[in-house]
Ligand binder design. Sequence first.
Ligand SMILES: CC(C)(COP(=O)(O)OP(=O)(O)OC[C@H]1O[C@@H](n2cnc3c(N)ncnc32)[C@H](O)[C@@H]1OP(=O)(O)O)[C@@H](O)C(=O)NCCC(=O)NCCS
Length: 172
Amino acid sequence: MASSLKFGIDIRPMRDEDLARVSAIDQISFSQPWPDDAYRYELHNNPKSRSFVAEIRKTNKGLEVVGVIVVWLILDEAHIATLAVDPGYRGKGIGRKLVAEAMKEAVRQGANVATLEVRASNDAARSLYQDFGFKVVGRRLRYYLDNGEDAILMTVDGLGEMYLDQFVHQQS
Ligand SMILES: CC(C)(COP(=O)(O)OP(=O)(O)OC[C@H]1O[C@@H](n2cnc3c(N)ncnc32)[C@H](O)[C@@H]1OP(=O)(O)O)[C@@H](O)C(=O)NCCC(=O)NCCS
């Protein structure tokens, strides 16, 4: 169970001023991080991409971006391209809020199905996605080049208002 938040949090679309912070979170979160300019590309050059950040409000300390999610919307399919939360803020329900926003955006844009790949050993992410109805549908052998780990393919279909009621609204 996530520990309770001691700060306010907003999930909002990513903006230019977030790019350096988002890249830093990506770098610290992944053994194969995205290239430096990848998030700028998502923001400005990929019309199929929607990116959201989690921003916390600390008393007297202003705002800080602590998480990011990118979802690609291609025809009726949403693909969660990346998700990361600053290690100092994990286990507080922020990843859950980011996935909830991505799934709401997928439904708003007319997606019927969502897909993603996740490292086989990534129990935290797999468990989070399962909470949103994702099921394992396949495995890509030795997909990750750094350690030869398999990727697990997960999907959820039947997206729409009933899906949001069942899996998203009570979590966001
Ligand atoms: C995966 C990740 C985004 C989760 O973010 P988070 O903010 O810590 O997640 P939340 O606090 O919202 O937790 C939501 C659920 O995820 C699962 N979860 C989160 N951390 C977990 C852990 N350490 N072990 C097992 N399950 C975990 C649980 O099901 C949890 O629900 P619960 O709190 O009711 O038990 C975060 O761990 C991360 O950034 N990891 C590195 C990058 C990564 O692996 N991204 C996913 C790529 S597919």
